[in-house]
Write a protein that binds this ligand. Structure first.
Ligand SMILES: [Zn+2]
Length: 251
């Protein structure tokens, strides 16, 4: 099926790229990405995925919009204070691109629902800010065999890596043992840092759906906004990884 005239115009800059073109755009329109966390990382990630015409976006977040979110969580505006983040995000994304079908998950991403939820998606963006949740997402994506983009942010720094479970180094290959305790008081954070990192996660999701380019696998990309540097750290699968190092899950 060819693209409608409106879509030809909307995605003209994609259609002009040999790595995308009309066939690639149709892949994106058939793609399904779950964004877990609609905060500093999830805002730019979800907006760019929606603008790119990813046909199905899952938006997961149990929280409501608070004052302290507005400094960086660009999906949410001042009049959204007190609203569920899923609803606030859905309004913006519907206005941006009606091609995108939305699934809203306002409950916690927990063990009871993870497996069924992940089956509905091709790629997962971990845009959460809790260590325990990141461990759980890595575990759930490993069990479901779903590719995901990990990210972490603090102060002026961020890190990001894509994981193809069972094939490339996973989050737990890097961070062994129980999750570190989440800090009691909120950490300071420059708003543009999750902006940069969330955009990288969106680019990885798009490349994964297209099958284009080199994914950010087996290397952790570190961003330092104060020094304004990117540093790439090569990583490899850890034979002792509690997730993907087990003999029964090795391929
Ligand atoms: Zn691993």
């Amino acid at each position: 099926m060819s693209l409608a005239p409106g879509q030809q115009q909307r995605y003209a800059r994609h259609l002009a790229l040999p790595q995308i073109g009309e066939a690639g755009q149709r892949k994106l329109l058939a793609g399904r990405v779950l964004v877990i966390g609609l905060g500093g990382l999830g805002s730019p990630a979800a907006l760019y995925l929606a603008a790119a015409g990813v046909g199905c976006l899952g938006l997961a977040d149990p929280d409501v919009v608070e004052w302290s979110n507005l400094q960086r969580q660009i999906l949410h505006f001042t009049p959204d204070l007190g609203r569920p983040k899923t609803e606030s995000a859905a309004d913006k994304i519907r206005a941006l691109n009606p091609d995108v079908r939305l699934r809203l998950h306002a409950g916690r991403f927990d063990r009871a629902h993870a497996a069924a939820m992940l089956r509905e998606y091709d790629f997962v963006v971990d845009a959460t800010d809790h260590f325990a949740t990141k461990y759980f997402i890595a575990e759930a994506c490993h069990a479901a065999g779903r590719a995901y983009a990990h990210a972490g942010i603090a102060a002026f720094a961020g890190e990001v890596m894509t994981v193809l479970p069972g094939h490339t180094a996973c989050y737990r290959c890097l961070f062994d043992g129980p999750p570190p305790p989440d800090p009691a008081s909120p950490l300071g954070l420059l708003g543009a840092v999750p902006g940069v990192i969330g955009c990288i996660q969106a680019a990885e999701a798009v490349k994964y759906l297209l099958g284009a380019g080199e994914l950010l696998v087996n290397r952790l990309l570190e961003f330092d906004a104060l020094a304004m540097t990117f540093r790439e750290i090569p990583v490899s699968r850890n034979p002792a990884c509690p997730l993907c190092g087990r003999p029964d899950s090795r391929d």
